[in-house]
Design a protein around this ligand. Sequence first.
Ligand code: CMX
Length: 133
Amino acid sequence: MRKIEHIGIAVKDISVAGIIYEKLLNTTVYKIEDVESEGVKTAFLKSGPNKIELLESTMDDSAVAKFIEKRGEGIHHIAFDVEDIKAEMERLKSEGFILLNEIPKEGADNKLVCFVHPKSANGVLIELCQERP
Ligand code: CMX
């Protein structure tokens, strides 16, 4: 794990939340991207070296829709940048973490990703991210 790559925040309406976070960070959303496989629309902002991903559900039964229904809007996951996602997945598996996908999948913002179940990380959903070549 090299650094926190981004923090994911579940929101009901990305256009409303985008304006709030633009004001908060004094910057502009630099990318909006649909991730159909995850049933989400994402918006990205940067503040210095830090990155925020806003997530709005586009499907009734998506992970983000379920999260908001159960817990309301808020921090959904912490993503870590990794150099070699397959090696890191193997390492975490051997340490007893529960991986939510067996092979890296394509995520937003040009990344290969893998999620770690929040039950195996003290209630926090963890995402591993490797820059796609
Ligand atoms: N953070 C912390 N806890 C979470 C959570 C989250 N993001 N999402 C769910 N949970 C909790 C639930 O509240 C529940 O807790 P309790 O048992 O105490 O009630 C527990 O995890 C298990 O929940 P569940 O109902 O059994 O399972 P869900 O159907 O809610 O699925 C999860 C949870 C993590 C397995 C699922 O959301 C998942 O596979 N996530 C990975 C993919 C993802 O999140 N995609 C969206 C982001 C995409 C992107 O970043 O581009």
